[in-house]
Design a protein around this ligand. Structure first.
Ligand code: PDD
Length: 276
């Protein structure tokens, strides 16, 4: 396994990061996940632009444009040039003695790896999800490497033998532990507005655009927890999930748990064409 670390592509066993790295000490960093499919990296520029925006939000001084050739070199060195693969990237503020304030004049730490990856759930599986209290902070728009709230709720879903946790804040559905969520109600597509309570997913953005192209009315508004049983369809979106139909959400079952709603199906087919 090869990794990219601060300008070098090396064996993962040889990659060392200081214990004083702020990513390790504070979770002070930003990450990004992209997938390479048959036609190259899916929405690469959108992912890298989001990475730059997030670094800017937390004042990490790094120019993401410098990584374009490095990503290509990493994929090649990993023997994945023609393969479906996942690219993980993380940039932390760098290494400095532990102090809460941002240290000046240090270099960011940059780490990336690429792994073979097959897209899951495509037309094969409807997902089951628990609902869970969204006890994360109020800056979920930042793609922070500090993911305790996300992993704790995801683990609760695993313990309940489910695939995902759907988070509820102040009685409103926000997003999944590592996905965005869309509902269909009265032939309208509904998803949480892109504010500080969700991550503005790239897949979410693609779906918003697809709804426009397909003339499907889209409303950016939070569905309340109590409204869930009155929704007609629900699905998750995300880079590693793509579009996954939800069969069961908390106490509510869609389509007897084994079918997929017509609008989810239409969007999924249109989405699949984007990758041709
Ligand atoms: N997760 N919401 C959260 C909390 C996420 O962590 C993610 C992505 C999404 C979907 O975003 P996108 O469509 O840009 O992948 C929404 C990544 C894949 C992860 O943590 O592995």
């Amino acid at each position: 396994q090869k990794v990219y670390l601060n300008g070098e592509i090396i064996a993962s066993e040889d990659a060392n990061i200081s214990v004083f790295d702020r990513g390790f000490l504070f979770g002070d960093g930003i990450y990004e996940v992209m997938v390479q499919l048959e036609n190259g990296i899916f929405y690469k520029k959108a992912h890298l632009d989001r990475l730059q925006e997030n670094l800017d939000k937390i004042g990490i001084d790094f120019d993401v444009d410098t990584l374009y050739p490095e990503i290509d070199a990493l994929i090649e060195a990993s023997g994945l040039s023609d393969a479906s693969c996942l690219i993980y990237m993380q940039i932390t503020r760098g290494t400095a003695p532990r102090k809460h304030s941002y240290p000046k004049g240090i270099a960011a730490s940059v780490m990336m790896y690429a792994l073979p990856f097959e897209l899951p759930y495509i037309n094969t599986k409807n997902m089951k999800a628990i609902t869970a209290n969204d006890f994360r902070w109020h800056r979920c728009d930042i793609k922070s490497i500090s993911l305790l709230g996300n992993i704790m709720t995801n683990e609760a879903a695993m313990i309940a033998d489910c695939d995902e946790a759907v988070l509820i804040r102040d009685g409103k559905v926000t997003e999944g532990s590592h996905t965005n969520i869309f509902f269909v109600k009265d032939s309208k597509v509904v998803t949480h507005p892109a504010n500080e309570h969700i991550l503005d997913g790239i897949t979410r953005k693609v779906l918003v655009q697809l709804c426009k192209e397909l003339d499907l009315p889209l409303i950016e508004k939070a569905i309340s927890f109590d409204e869930i049983p009155n929704t007609d369809e629900a699905f998750f979106t995300g880079t590693t999930t793509q579009i996954a139909s939800i069969a069961q959400l908390g106490e509510h079952t869609y389509y007897d748990g084994n079918d997929i709603g017509p609008i989810t199906k239409q969007l999924r087919e249109a989405f699949a064409k984007l990758k041709d």
